[in-house]
Write a protein that binds this ligand. Structure first.
Ligand SMILES: NC(=O)c1ccc[n+]([C@@H]2O[C@H](COP(=O)([O-])OP(=O)(O)OC[C@H]3O[C@@H](n4cnc5c(N)ncnc54)[C@H](OP(=O)(O)O)[C@@H]3O)[C@@H](O)[C@H]2O)c1
Length: 290
């Protein structure tokens, strides 16, 4: 039985990875940085739990001992709502994962699966994507067996669009004509788990349907049973409006800068998933998004 460490186990993707590993019969060790998420639990008593913070390398000592493979879904928060979480993408996604890689090498871990981000376009210049790409390079240079999983945007990341549509509000940056194929995080988790035993160093994971950004918002209105009411914000105005956040919360500023860049350029990724966005929005119907 394989013994797998999951970093970022409390995140949108990490929770699904843990569940699927347990379903596959693997032995799972979960890394949490907070005792709050640790006690809330990701998978009851069936996992081993370690408390560590990727930005404090000393806390990682020993956490990889006895581990065959690591799946790292850890990165600075993707949530706009966690206003007091200021850890940057460079600090967590690049430097934190680098510290984890070092500890994995010390412990003789066989394989490192890293969840990065897909796409090639102007948005590669943003801090968010740069941090992922730089860690990909460090991983490739490490000499360790590895797979990089590059997903499109997760369905869960679009949940807020559905909530807004239920409230009769829609919002796009620019004219909404750029295209993308979001993917269900459950299917990205499948790709991560499969990668543990595969040779491919690069796995692209897009969803089955390509939408324009405007079509995604319109679909949310359709499923919500509301007439579309969509406000378009010019990219330059959006950047001006969000500029003060650079000082107040650099992480949220970087996330919004990525959001503006990626939603005004095509980001179509080779297809991996089969689940449809309309079904996902339907499952959200009448529920509140966490
Ligand atoms: N969401 C998307 O649409 C999307 C698309 C493509 C790629 N990705 C990438 O996929 C990965 C997972 O995304 P996600 O949506 O699951 O993110 P998420 O929900 O924000 O989860 C991030 C995870 O990383 C953990 N973490 C953050 N800082 C940490 C630290 N200093 N030490 C240890 N753990 C730390 C978080 O723990 P806490 O619970 O304690 O915060 C959480 O478990 C990220 O690298 C993201 O950039 C996401």
């Amino acid at each position: 039985m394989k013994h797998i460490l999951v970093a970022g186990a409390s995140g949108a993707l990490g929770r699904s990875v843990v569940q699927q590993l347990l379903n596959s019969g693997a032995k799972v060790r979960v890394l949490h940085r907070s005792s709050n998420t640790l006690s809330a639990g990701t998978a009851g008593v069936q996992t081993e739990k370690v408390l560590a913070d990727l930005t404090r390398p000393e806390s990682l000592r020993g956490i990889c001992d006895g581990i065959d493979a690591i799946i790292s879904c850890a990165g600075a928060s993707m949530s706009m709502k966690r206003f007091f979480d200021r850890s940057s993408f460079t600090a967590v996604d690049l430097n934190g994962n680098s510290a984890l890689l070092q500890e994995a090498q010390r412990a003789g871990v066989r394989k490192f699966v890293y969840v990065s981000v897909a796409g090639e376009g102007p948005y590669e210049a943003t801090e968010y994507v740069r941090a992922h790409r730089q860690f990909e390079q460090r991983l490739a240079a490490s000499g360790m067996a590895y797979s990089v999983v590059r997903p499109a945007g997760f369905f869960t990341f679009l949940a807020e669009i559905f909530v807004m549509a239920q409230q009769g509000r829609g919002f796009i940056i620019g004219d909404g004509s750029s295209r993308t194929n979001p993917v269900h995080e459950r299917e990205v988790a499948q790709a991560c788990v499969a990668a543990v035993d595969r040779m491919e160093t690069m796995v692209q994971a897009g969803g089955p349907e390509v939408f324009t950004r405007r079509q995604i918002v319109e679909l949310a209105f359709t499923v919500a049973g509301r007439a579309p009411s969509i406000t378009s914000v010019p990219p330059a105005l959006f950047r001006t409006m969000t500029a003060p956040l650079r000082i107040i919360n650099p992480r949220i500023h970087a996330l919004l800068a990525f959001g503006a860049a990626v939603s005004t350029a095509d980001a179509v990724v080779p297809v991996y998933g089969t689940e449809r966005l309309e079904e996902y929005f339907r499952t959200l119907s009448g529920t509140r998004v966490p």
